[in-house]
Design a protein around this ligand. Structure first.
Ligand code: PRP
Ligand code: HPA
Length: 178
């Protein structure tokens, strides 16, 4: 596995002061539009998870959906959509979490995961960890055999310490640390 892959770093766009002043936004759409980057991300993720027996990938809305799809096909796994409230048509299980201002909620269909599943949670980016912690707590309510989490990008040098939100039971990997 190539750590801090130059191809990906060279293609990642950073947008200063978006969505608000002081945020340096890492824009993965410039990776997604490039076929070589897409292939590189897919293959690195496949190498990480090919021997883990993953049965379902839980993609976090919305940028987490993209690579969940590519990887699920390679791993022969299914894809579960973890969504913002009110988007899924059937009965859901929810988890609420604190954001910078106020509260947010995410949800998964109640029949999406069972106790035989080995789950890979996937999102484009780990910042504070708030979103993934909520997704992890949500998935644990289904009592799957094992849970992993993966990101394309992990912010480590901006005082975020997203990993600290999690217990030792969750194995976390990322392709680029910034
Ligand atoms: C971004 C990103 C992660 C989350 C990371 O999503 O895609 O899901 O924030 O931040 P955290 O680690 O501090 O929780 P966003 O809320 O912008 O949603 P979107 O993908 O639907 O645009
Ligand atoms: N990119 C995408 N999502 C994010 C970022 C970012 O830089 N920071 C917090 N959420």
């Amino acid at each position: 596995l190539k750590m801090n892959n130059k191809l990906l770093l060279d293609h990642l766009r950073c947008v200063p002061d978006w969505p608000k002043k002081g945020v340096n936004f890492r824009d993965v759409t410039t990776l997604f539009k490039n076929p070589e980057c897409l292939k590189e991300i897919t293959e690195e993720m496949y190498d990480l998870y090919k021997d883990k027996g993953i049965t379902k990938i839980v993609g976090i809305e919305s940028r987490g959906f993209v690579m969940s799809s590519a990887l699920a096909l390679k791993l022969n796994a299914g894809i579960i959509l973890c969504r913002k409230p009110g988007k899924l048509p059937c009965e859901t299980v929810q988890e609420s979490y604190a954001k910078e201002y106020g509260k947010d909620t995410i949800e998964i269909h109640k029949d999406a995961i069972d106790a035989n599943d080995i789950i890979l949670l996937h999102d484009d980016l780990l910042a504070t960890g708030g979103t993934m912690k909520a997704a992890y707590d949500l998935v644990k309510k289904f009592h799957p055999k094992k849970v992993y989490a993966n990101f394309i990008i992990e912010l480590v040098n901006e005082g975020m310490n997203g990993r600290e939100a999690f217990d030792n039971e969750l194995e976390i990997s990322s392709l680029i640390k910034i």
